[in-house]
Design a protein around this ligand. Structure first.
Ligand SMILES: Nc1ncnc2c1ncn2[C@@H]1O[C@H](COP(=O)(O)OP(=O)(O)OP(=O)(O)O)[C@@H](O)[C@H]1O
Ligand SMILES: [Mg+2]
Length: 506
């Protein structure tokens, strides 16, 4: 056998699947596609997470598009974080192009143009289904992580949640949370001290400042009702295709804190809601995070630890996470180590730092007798990538430089009119986009304060009238427990999804 035949057999054997799969394209030898040497990703291993990396303009977003549409085609719902606004084209068929036909001829299967069922979601004022969560649902642990609080401050947040639990005060938005925080060291100081111990004004002040900082990144739009039910992400359309939910995040690039808040809450919610999968032959939902360096860039150590554990645990729920970023080194090692599929587009060697990154990246791929990985990494063309996946038994597949298939849907964005059409046809907008202003902690506490003030005035008048000289009643006060310890040791009080996570990991 010649080298090419050997290579063909090597790829065919290495990418053999019994179950259903997605064909990504054809493996390349010496820079040329070997027709029908298909690089196939088994659906069964898609919950093992992945990475799409490569220099700017090399085809990362199109690879994401290809994966998303093929998943949808197989009846698997997809959630996309669209940070550049270049994914809406999924809702329209590709107009086709002679170059695309040529590409597919080399790969070995014909090109078909198709459109996909798309739902547009939004975290901000932009059009689309509004994504929101209440502060109560968010929980004290996650809120403290996002605010980057000290242990003492975290204890106070736990007390605030406990107080609201005990007094049936709904914490819907940040306005509610701020109100209770102020109440704890203001009008409600006595009440708090009696039940939970002393809380320092300096601490609540510090927490308050951090909440305001979060609000300045637009988080007040995210916290509130009606909270989004993650089960709405797993819809299948009438033709059996998985829904592609696109979260438009074009206005979030300069607000990394809001982005990581949102991502973590979403992952935690998905983790808490979805049932254990066991050994399934297909994933339940696949999430793609484009420009993923943004979640890692400003994350604290505590937050990174949380992300790392979610990535680890969420797999068992049939959820696959795919990070899209320019350089694999943008993703922390602990996360990188858990990724099953790697699609590495070309890297550019401009600087010494670039060359170092290329060397590191190459070392992370399986050795191949057919490639000099370092050399391939810098010579891949647009819409070509080095792929390493997991086979159905979870073993790494052979390294394959791959000529990737083209997206079936449009590579360009929707026009304003087309976008409007998608939004008009949304089944979720009527469910989520009405503004609700339910009575919550803010209103209830205000009312309570007003009543207390009225009563205090009356008492004062009565006291003046009787002017007795009895000594003040001795109040129990001595051996009160530290509020933090008290709340955190109460077994019933493990709130917030990350509380659940923490428990699961013990
Ligand atoms: N699989 C493909 N089939 C056909 N054309 C492709 C493919 N992948 C990429 N291209 C071409 O390359 C262009 C750039 O691709 P893409 O936008 O995916 O790059 P990118 O890596 O996401 O860039 P950036 O870092 O700027 O976001 C596309 O507009 C398209 O013309
Ligand atoms: Mg891109």
């Amino acid at each position: 056998m010649g080298r090419k035949e050997d290579f063909f057999a090597h790829i065919e054997e290495g990418y053999k699947t019994k179950g259903d799969f997605i064909a990504m394209g054809a493996a390349m030898l010496d820079g040329e596609a070997v027709t029908n040497a298909l690089v196939k990703i088994p659906l069964k291993t898609l919950n093992r997470h992945g990475l799409i990396a490569g220099a700017t303009g090399t085809g990362k977003t199109k690879t994401l598009q290809v994966l998303a549409e093929n998943l949808s085609d197989k009846g698997i719902p997809v959630l996309l974080m669209d940070l550049k606004g270049d994914l809406s084209g999924l809702a329209q068929p590709s107009p086709g192009h002679p170059k695309i036909d040529e590409r597919h001829q080399k790969i070995g299967f014909p090109f078909t143009a198709k459109k996909f069922p798309v739902e547009i979601l939004s975290l901000s004022e932009q059009d689309g289904v509004k994504l929101r969560a209440t502060v109560s649902e968010f929980g004290p642990v996650l809120l403290s992580r996002i605010l980057d609080l000290s242990d003492t401050q975290e204890g106070i947040v736990a007390v605030i949640f406990k107080y609201c639990d005990d007094h049936k005060l709904p914490l819907l938005d940040l306005k509610d949370f701020k109100k209770v925080l102020q109440y704890a060291t203001g009008e409600g100081k006595k009440e708090f001290e009696e039940s939970y111990g002393r809380i320092a004004t300096s601490s609540t002040g510090a927490i308050l400042r951090k909440v305001i900082e979060l609000e300045q990144q637009g988080a007040d739009l995210f916290f509130g009702e009606k909270s989004f039910d993650v089960n709405d992400l797993t819809r299948i359309d009438e033709e059996g295709r998985g829904m592609i939910s696109i979260i438009r995040l074009t206005d979030i690039q300069d607000r990394p804190k809001l982005f990581s808040t949102f991502m973590l809450s979403l992952l935690a919610e998905v983790y808490a809601t979805f049932p254990e999968q066991g050994d399934s032959d297909r994933p339940e939902l696949i999430l793609f995070i484009d420009e993923a360096h943004l979640i890692f860039k400003e994350a604290s150590k505590a937050l990174l630890d949380q992300i790392e554990s979610i990535v680890k645990l969420i797999r068992s729920k049939g959820i696959g996470l795919y990070f899209v970023t320019q350089n694999p080194t943008d993703v922390p090692d602990a996360v990188l180590a858990q990724l099953g599929l790697k699609v590495q587009h070309a890297l550019r060697a401009f600087t010494a730092k670039d060359r170092k990154a290329i060397k590191l990246t190459a070392e992370n791929y399986p050795i191949s007798e057919y490639y000099d990985t370092k050399e391939v990494l810098t010579s891949l063309g647009i819409g070509e990538a080095l792929i390493s996946a997991l086979d159905e038994k979870g073993r790494p597949t052979p390294l394959a430089a791959t000529l990737l298939r083209a997206p079936m849907s449009r590579m360009d964005v929707l026009t304003a009119k087309e976008l409007e059409e998608v939004i008009d046809n949304s089944r979720l907008i009527p469910k989520y986009n009405e503004t609700i202003d339910r009575e919550s902690a803010y209103e209830i506490l205000n009312e309570k304060i007003e009543k207390a003030e009225a009563k205090a005035k009356k008492d004062e008048e009565e006291e003046k009238a009787t002017s007795r000289t009895t000594s003040s009643r001795s109040r129990r006060s001595s051996s009160r427990q530290n509020p933090v310890v008290k709340v955190l040791t109460s077994a019933t009080f493990i709130r917030g999804v990350l509380g659940i996570l923490r428990k699961a990991m013990k």
